[in-house]
Ligand binder design. Structure first.
Ligand SMILES: Nc1nc2c(c(=O)[nH]1)N[C@H]1C(S)=C(S)[C@@H](COP(=O)(O)OP(=O)(O)OC[C@H]3O[C@@H](n4cnc5c(N)ncnc54)[C@H](O)[C@@H]3O)O[C@H]1N2
Ligand code: MOO
Length: 390
């Protein structure tokens, strides 16, 4: 069996980044920026006051100085003149600092008497001026590729960009397979269960920036699967659920190959999720997830999300991991990389005692997955482990 890292390499080798499109700023969230945004102006475009107060010259900055107030500058309303010796300009946060002024004294440190302002004691050294271009200069770039977060959108807007060049969002056709499955809200026979996985996967795809498309449940027959693959045409990723293992009714691999899938791998040394398969499927990629609910969700975090990101033009990379302290011991691991549902608290992370891959109730309680390497010995509380945040 190949390792998770080898499987990811084979998966990334199938990826060609999707074409780009232009969108407005409000449509940019969670999209991958593919062309840098260059600032069209300096920010701030003038030296700006950081406080409400009085703009004065350094030479006049002494206790009890009496200065003549010569006018006012507010945000959006510059003062045209200059501040001379013995003068002060009433100024508000965000206003351009006029020529001649070296600092802004906050109004709390002053007393106003008619058209005169009197400086108080203990004025701080802070000039309270944001220099021109302190944030960015014309031509500075918001680099690409990058996953656009709210702060990036604010920065692009400040740079005076109103359009963004982003990747087209990958469409993911989701096919649940199995004769035992009935859609939620349906009327299952006593030997049937509710098809739940597709809904969790729909959420993961949407969160990762893909466009999920739920197809009808496909039965366990070559004909039903062929029909489902037909319906999936046009998708960038065909995501199947179930039928990936070795049982007589596990037909997804055979049906996909009959429909033209060139297999890149089948079976990966991870737990849960061993029967995972992937391959090139015409213009699309196929990812065949195991049916066990937690296996399908773990494989989605470990393989599908990185695949969506790579298709969207980000450098291929595994799901990000962080280090966390164990708040309770871990038993030794077997030969497969183990992704344990866990909960983080002030003392560190604790794996749930129940880890069977059918238990969605445990997954819903978990906020992270502890990643235990193959063959890892038992670990004590206090040791550090790698964790994927859910
Ligand atoms: N002899 C062996 N048997 C199994 C092996 C093995 O190596 N040798 N591997 C086991 C492992 S590990 C996994 S994981 C499962 C996965 O098998 P499949 O991908 O073929 O999944 P199914 O058999 O179709 O389903 C497994 C389980 O999950 C339920 N299921 C399926 N789809 C859904 C859905 N959309 N929503 C909710 N639940 C679903 C299904 O009813 C089964 O209970 O194979 C082991 N067996
Ligand atoms: O993926 Mo299976 O769930 O390893 O048990």
């Amino acid at each position: 069996m190949i390792s998770v890292a080898q499987a990811l390499d084979r998966l990334f080798a199938l990826v060609t980044p999707l074409p780009v499109e232009e969108v407005g700023l409000t449509a940019g969230l969670n999209r991958v920026l593919r062309a840098p945004v260059a600032a069209r102006r300096d920010q701030p475009p003038f030296s700006a006051s950081a406080m409400d107060g009085y703009a004065i010259r350094d030479a006049d900055c002494r206790e009890a100085a009496r200065l003549a107030v010569i006018g006012e500058a507010a945000a959006g309303h510059a003062f045209a003149g200059r501040v001379g010796p013995g003068e002060a300009l009433r100024i508000f946060t965000g206003a351009p600092v006029p020529e001649g002024a070296d600092r802004v004294v906050i109004q709390e440190d002053t007393t106003r008497e008619g058209e005169t302002v009197i400086l108080g004691a203990g004025i701080s050294d802070n000039r309270n001026i944001r220099p021109l271009g302190a944030d960015f200069r014309t031509g500075d770039a918001l680099a690409a590729p990058r996953l656009l977060r709210p702060a990036d959108l604010a920065l692009a807007a400040a740079m005076n960009a109103d359009r963004l060049t982003v990747s087209r969002r990958p469409e993911v056709a989701i096919i649940a397979t199995g004769d035992e499955l009935v859609a939620p809200g349906g009327d299952p026979r006593s030997d049937q269960i509710i098809a739940s996985n597709a809904y969790g996967l729909h959420g993961i795809v949407a969160q990762a920036g893909g466009v999920p498309r739920l197809l009808p449940i496909a039965g366990d027959s070559m004909g039903a699967l062929a029909q489902a693959f037909d319906l999936a045409r046009g998708a960038d990723i065909v995501l199947t659920i179930g039928g990936a293992s070795v049982g007589d009714h596990d037909l997804v691999g055979a049906a996909a190959e009959q429909a033209g899938m060139e297999r890149a791998f089948w079976k990966v040394a991870l737990r849960p999720g061993k029967p995972l398969m992937a391959g090139r499927f015409g213009e699309a990629l196929l990812l065949g997830l195991p049916g066990n609910p937690v296996s399908s969700m773990v494989c989605a975090q470990v393989f599908l999300v990185p695949l969506i990101r790579a298709l969207s033009g980000l450098p291929p990379a595994p799901a990000p991991r962080r280090l966390a302290r164990l708040a309770a011991p871990l038993t030794a691991n077997g030969p497969r990389e183990h992704y344990l549902r866990a909960m983080s608290g002030p003392e560190g992370v604790i794996a749930f005692s129940k880890q069977d891959s059918s238990l969605l109730s445990v997954l819903a309680e978990a906020d992270c997955l502890i990643v235990q390497p193959p063959g890892d010995p038992a670990r004590d509380a206090g040791e550090m482990v790698e964790v994927i945040t859910l």
